[in-house]
Each structure stands twice: as structure tokens, then as C-alpha cells.
Design a protein around this ligand. Structure first.
Ligand SMILES: Cc1cc2nc3c(=O)[nH]c(=O)nc-3n(C[C@H](O)[C@H](O)[C@H](O)COP(=O)(O)OP(=O)(O)OC[C@H]3O[C@@H](n4cnc5c(N)ncnc54)[C@H](O)[C@@H]3O)c2cc1C
Length: 379
């Protein structure tokens, strides 16, 4: 198995994470990356590791997968930081989900009840108790839910570390090298062709091209992964003395079109996100998007009004039809999918990397990822 030649399409956290695990075990791995590794959704993300705060009662399988991946994080961080000799900014302060008026409190109570039904580790706080934890919060905060076990990582540091760790154990990375098509022969994936005409044979092909995974040619339409881009606008502020937060803050806004989150980084940046827009591959920032982010952040933490605005950007989440990732074998032999991680790809990187690399090395799909195969979408 270790002598297999593995070709990975896409060098985001998912492709790099799988590539690193495989290269570490001695496999011959090549990643083809259309532009620069780790500069797409994996760069744009907020880095929240938040299965509880993101939990939706109607998505129990996804909640389970997210919680399993979160549990792997401490070991993942230790291994990755040692291999890359750099920090990836892992923080364990937790998340406060806050409401700002009575309607929000009703919505928070509903969320809290759902979380309790699921047996999640959450605590109800009054507005005052929330402000004791985070004094910069608005005096308008009516109530909050504390999710102590939701953590965060600096995703931009994580992609750098993954690239370094991958290349240090012999992984090959071709940047500015877009794969045009996957070559399939008699129902077996046999290689890839790049846009500049290079053909490469491989024993296993992994498709992890994020929101562009459905664009690769050569796949029969029936098994094309149903992944689409979902735009998110983001911005970063510079925290200053007196206007700092330690926890991730998320708002619940019953009467507004948009809630926001504020994610404090160890380097003093405060990431504010994010819009959720079905705009195809459009990556333009809009006045309305930035306005809503700033308004939401200011309502939660009024002091942000004074903070320097450092950066604005957009990213495209790879959204699948049911919001869950698409992982594992496909009806085409030797073709593996690892895509569609939507709003949880940073959280789901360790479990995806460990499970997909194990599948490639042993040929066995674990029960953990079996529910996420592309089969679920096939008629
Ligand atoms: C605004 C925003 C906020 C987010 N916040 C969070 C968060 O807080 N927590 C969390 O867990 N997740 C978050 N996410 C989601 C997370 O970023 C993604 O799920 C994750 O990055 C997906 O990783 P990926 O490697 O599949 O995709 P990407 O990082 O997009 O990587 C795919 C790569 O494939 C390359 N590629 C595409 N086509 C080809 C081709 N034909 N040939 C070769 N290469 C190709 C691309 O250039 C790209 O580098 C957020 C996303 C966004 C946009």
C-alpha cells in the first residue's frame, strides 16, 4: 500500500492535511494546486472549532463528526507544531453566544433547549454574568450561552504549518498547476491532466478542490460531487487596550437578517464574520456586507467603533447539498472524495486527514466516515 502513487487535487487544509498524513507514512504523494496552497477558503476562514455553537439539531451526524474532530485537535496540534516547528495559535477559551434584546433571548432559550436535548456541555448566563467574563460586551446583552469546549485555531498559521510539515516528509507540491481533468479508464481512476497539458498517472486520486470540486472534467455527471461556492465576507480589526475579548463571541439576532461572530487572535487581531451568500463564484466585497459586519460587531462590543480596520476579504465555502462533507470512496475505483466541508472545514481537518489517509493506506472505510460517502446523493 505504501508504494502507491497518490495524486491530490487541491492544496487547502483538506488536501494538505491528507497529504501530510500519507507522506508521513512513507507514501509517494503529489498535490496539484491551481494557485497558491492554502490561499482559498482555508485562508479566508475564522478558524472556529465550534461544533456546539454551530450545532443544528437536524444535523446530528455532522455534530458527531465535528465533536470527534474537535477531540482530536490537541493531539493534532502537538504533532503539527512539532513537525512544522511553529505555533498554529490553538486557543481553548470557548464561545459566548449572546442576545441583545428580548426576542434574541427567546431564540437563545430555544437554542439552549436543543443543545441540552443533545446532551451538550453548555451553560446559561445572565447578561451580567456574561459581562463579568467579557467586560467589553455591550450593557444591552440580555443573556448568553457559554460553550466552553468550542475552541479556535489560527487557520492561516495552520495552512503554513501543514505545507511545511507535508514538504518536510517528502510530499511534492505543484503550485500554479490546475488539474483540468481526471482520467478514468474502464471505471478506474488512472491519473490527471493539468491545464498546461501534463499527464500524470496515479494509483489513487483524491479530489479535494474545495468549492471547485464539481468543475473538474472527466467525471461522469452522475457522480460529480454536489458542491457549490457559498460566499462569506469578513474583516479584521486591531484590538487595543480596554477593547479586547478573550472568548469567541457570537450574536443571535432574531429580528435582523444577520448574526455575526468576533474571533480574537493571539496577535491582537479581531476577526469579524461572516456573510452567507449564494452568489456563485463572485468574490466581491460589498458595502452592505461590510456594513452589516461592522454594525453587528459594534452592537455586541461597542468599543470596536474606535478600533483600526486592518483588512477586509471574502472566501468561498465549499457547500454540499446537505451541508455535510463528502468523504471516502466513490463508484469509480481509486477515486476518493474529500470535499464539501462547508462552514466546518477547519474543524473537520484532523478527522478528514486521519480517516481518509487510513482508507487509502488500508482500503477500509471506518464507520466514522461511512455516512458521508457520495452514495447518499446518488439515485
Ligand atoms: C468566510 C469563511 C469563514 C469560515 N470560517 C470557518 C470556521 O470558523 N471554522 C471552520 O471550521 N471552517 C470555516 N470555514 C470553512 C473552511 O474554510 C472550509 O470548509 C475549508 O477551508 C475547506 O478546505 P478545502 O481544502 O476543502 O478548500 P480550500 O481551502 O478552498 O482549498 C481548495 C484548493 O483547491 C484548489 N483548486 C481548485 N480547483 C483546482 C484544480 N482544478 N486543480 C488544482 N487545484 C484546484 C484551490 O485553489 C484551493 O487552494 C469558513 C469559510 C469561509 C469562506
Amino acid at each position: 500500500m505504501k508504494n502507491k502513487k497518490i495524486l491530490i487535487i487541491g492544496g487547502g487544509v483538506i488536501g494538505l492535511g491528507i497529504g501530510w498524513q500519507l507522506a508521513k507514512s512513507g507514501a509517494a504523494v503529489t498535490i496539484y494546486e491551481r494557485a497558491q496552497a492554502g490561499r482559498a477558503a482555508s485562508w479566508a476562514a475564522a478558524g472556529m472549532l465550534a461544533p456546539l455553537a454551530e450545532a443544528h439539531i437536524e444535523e446530528p451526524e455532522l455534530l458527531k463528526l465535528g465533536s470527534q474532530s474537535l477531540a482530536l485537535y490537541p493531539q493534532w496540534v502537538r504533532e503539527l507544531e512539532a513537525a512544522a516547528e511553529m505555533s498554529i495559535g490553538y486557543r481553548v477559551e470557548g464561545t459566548l453566544i449572546i442576545g441583545l434584546e428580548p426576542d434574541d433571548t427567546h431564540q437563545l432559550r430555544h437554542l439552549y433547549a436543543s443543545q441540552q436535548d443533545l446532551g451538550l456541555d453548555v451553560t446559561w448566563l445572565t447578561g451580567r454574568a456574561a459581562r463579568e467574563i467579557e467586560p467589553a460586551l455591550s450593557p444591552r446583552v440580555t443573556a448568553a450561552i457559554r460553550c466552553e469546549s468550542d475552541h479556535q485555531v489560527d487557520n492561516r498559521l495552520m495552512v503554513k504549518a501543514l505545507q511545511r510539515a507535508y514538504q518536510r516528509c517528502g510530499g511534492v507540491l505543484h503550485e500554479n498547476s490546475a488539474v483540468e481533468s481526471i482520467h478514468i479508464e474502464n471505471g478506474i481512476a488512472a491519473g490527471v491532466k493539468t491545464r498546461d497539458g501534463e499527464k500524470q498517472n496515479g494509483d489513487v486520486i483524491v479530489l479535494s478542490a474545495g468549492c471547485e470540486s464539481a468543475q473538474i472534467q472527466g467525471l461522469p455527471d452522475a457522480i460529480r460531487p454536489p458542491v457549490r461556492p457559498v460566499k462569506g465576507q469578513m474583516l479584521a480589526l486591531q484590538m487595543e487596550a480596554g477593547i479586547t475579548v478573550k472568548n469567541v463571541i457570537r450574536t443571535v439576532r432574531a429580528r435582523y437578517p444577520m448574526s455575526v461572530y468576533l474571533v480574537p487572535r493571539t496577535d491582537g487581531r479581531l476577526i469579524v464574520g461572516a456573510t452567507t451568500e449564494e452568489m456563485g463564484f463572485d468574490t466581491r466585497l460589498t458595502a452592505g456586507g461590510v456594513f452589516e459586519l461592522l454594525r453587528g460587531a459594534w452592537e455586541a462590543v461597542p468599543g470596536v467603533y474606535e478600533l483600526p480596520l486592518l483588512e477586509t476579504w471574502t472566501g468561498l465555502r465549499p457547500g454540499s447539498r446537505d451541508n455535510a462533507p463528502i468523504l471516502g470512496e466513490t463508484p469509480i475505483e481509486n477515486l476518493i472524495y474529500a470535499t464539501g466541508h462547508y462552514r466546518n472545514g477547519i474543524l473537520l481537518t484532523p478527522i478528514t486527514a486521519y480517516e481518509v489517509s487510513k482508507l487509502i493506506l488500508t482500503g477500509e472505510t471506518s464507520e466514522t466516515i461511512a455516512p458521508f460517502r457520495v452514495d447518499r446523493f446518488l439515485a
